[in-house]
Design a protein around this ligand. Structure first.
Ligand code: BDR
Ligand code: CA
Length: 320
C-alpha cells in the first residue's frame, strides 16, 4: 500500500464534523496530522474543546488541535447552529475530556508550519466556515500554495441553501472568506449540498456502528439529536452527514464526480448573501476554477462511512 497522505481537518464540531474526524481516524489512506478549529456551529472555545474530546474518543489525543478564528473576517455573524447541533455542539452528548490541551500555536501558524515542512503534499479538508483558510492565504501565501488538495464542504450549485433560501451554512457564516478561498486557484473540490443532501445515513446504518463497541456507540449517540433535526429540516428519514461526505472525498479522491466550474460568492448584505454562484453553463479551464462535486453514489458513500466507523473500535482497542 502507498504511504498515507498527510491530512489536516479545519473544523467547527459540530455533529457531522465529529463523524468526519472519526472517519479520518478510521481510514488508513490518510494520516491526520493536525486539526484546526474555527467559529461556526458553536463558539470557537467549544469547537476546540469538542475537537479535543472527539480525538480522545478516537484514541488519538496525540493529534494537535490548534484554535483558529473566533469570528468571521469582516461582517460579524453571531448566529450559531445550536438548534441543529445542540448548544455544546455534540448533540447533547458529553464526551470525556481530553487529557491534553489545545496547541498553543494559532491555527494559521500550525497550518503554515506543517505545509512548509511536509515533504509530500498535504490534503486539507475544510468543513467549517472558511475564515482560517482565507487568513492563511493572506498571511502565509507560500505555505498555502503548498496545499496538495483542498476539499471544502460548503455551498451549493443547484440545490439552494440550507440556512437561508440562498446560502449553505459554512459559506453563509463567512462569505468574504469563502469567496477568497473559492477564487484563490488552490486545487479545490467543493462538496456542496448537491451531493450531501442525497447522502442519507439511515437508522439501520447508525445501528451497525453503534453495535461495534463503545466508540461506535458514542458516535451513534451524538447523531440522535441530528436525526431529529434532519427529519424536520430536510424531511429525510435519516441523517445528512455533510462533513463526513467531504472527508470521504478527501480520503478517496474521485469518490464524487466533479466538474470544473467558475464559482464566486455573493458577499452583498441582501437576501442572497452567502450564495455560491456556480457557473454551470460551461466547463471552465480558468486557473481559479473549482472542481464542483455534482455526482454521488449515496449507497456506496454511506456503506464506506458505516464500514469504516464500524472498524474504529477495533483500531482504538489495538492502540490503547
Ligand atoms: C455544514 O454546516 C454545518 O452545520 C455542518 O457541520 C456542515 O459543515 C452543512 O451546511
Ligand atoms: Ca462543520
Amino acid at each position: 500500500m502507498t504511504s498515507p497522505v498527510p491530512l489536516v481537518i479545519d473544523t467547527d464540531p459540530g455533529i457531522d464534523d465529529a463523524l468526519a474526524i472519526l472517519l479520518a481516524l478510521a481510514s488508513p489512506e490518510v494520516d491526520l496530522r493536525l486539526v484546526t478549529t474555527v467559529h461556526g456551529n458553536v463558539e470557537l472555545a467549544q469547537t476546540t474543546d469538542n475537537a479535543l474530546r472527539v480525538l480522545h474518543l478516537g484514541g488519538r489525543s496525540d493529534v494537535p488541535v490548534a484554535p483558529g478564528a473566533a469570528e468571521s473576517l469582516i461582517h460579524p455573524q453571531p448566529e450559531r447552529a445550536g438548534h441543529v447541533h445542540g448548544t455544546a455542539g455534540l448533540g447533547g452528548v458529553t464526551l470525556p475530556p481530553s487529557p491534553v490541551a489545545a496547541d498553543p500555536r494559532p491555527a494559521v501558524v500550525a497550518l503554515a508550519e506543517l505545509l512548509s515542512t511536509s515533504p509530500v503534499p498535504v490534503t486539507v479538508a475544510a468543513i467549517g466556515p472558511l475564515t482560517n483558510l482565507a487568513l492563511l492565504l493572506r498571511t502565509y501565501p507560500a505555505a498555502a500554495a503548498r496545499i496538495g488538495r483542498l476539499v471544502v464542504m460548503g455551498g451549493s450549485a443547484a440545490r439552494g441553501g440550507n440556512v437561508t433560501a440562498a446560502a449553505e451554512f459554512n459559506v453563509w457564516a463567512d462569505p468574504e472568506a469563502a469567496h477568497a478561498v473559492l477564487t484563490s486557484a488552490l486545487p479545490t473540490v467543493m462538496v456542496g449540498l448537491d451531493v450531501t443532501l442525497p447522502t442519507v445515513l439511515g437508522e439501520e446504518d447508525i445501528a451497525r456502528f453503534a453495535a461495534a463497541g463503545p466508540v461506535g456507540a458514542q458516535a451513534a449517540a451524538i447523531l440522535q439529536q441530528y436525526l431529529a433535526h434532519a427529519r424536520t429540516a430536510y424531511g429525510t428519514g435519516g441523517v445528512v452527514v455533510h462533513d463526513a461526505l467531504a472527508l470521504t472525498e478527501a480520503i478517496v479522491p474521485g469518490t464524487l464526480t466533479t466538474v470544473r466550474r467558475n464559482v464566486v460568492v455573493d458577499t452583498t448584505l441582501g437576501a442572497g448573501r452567502g450564495q455560491t454562484l456556480v457557473d454551470r453553463r460551461t466547463v471552465s479551464s480558468a486557473a481559479t476554477a473549482v472542481e464542483v462535486a455534482e455526482g454521488v453514489h449515496p449507497d456506496a458513500a454511506v456503506e464506506f462511512l458505516v464500514s469504516r466507523l464500524s472498524g474504529l473500535d477495533a483500531l482504538v482497542g489495538r492502540s490503547s
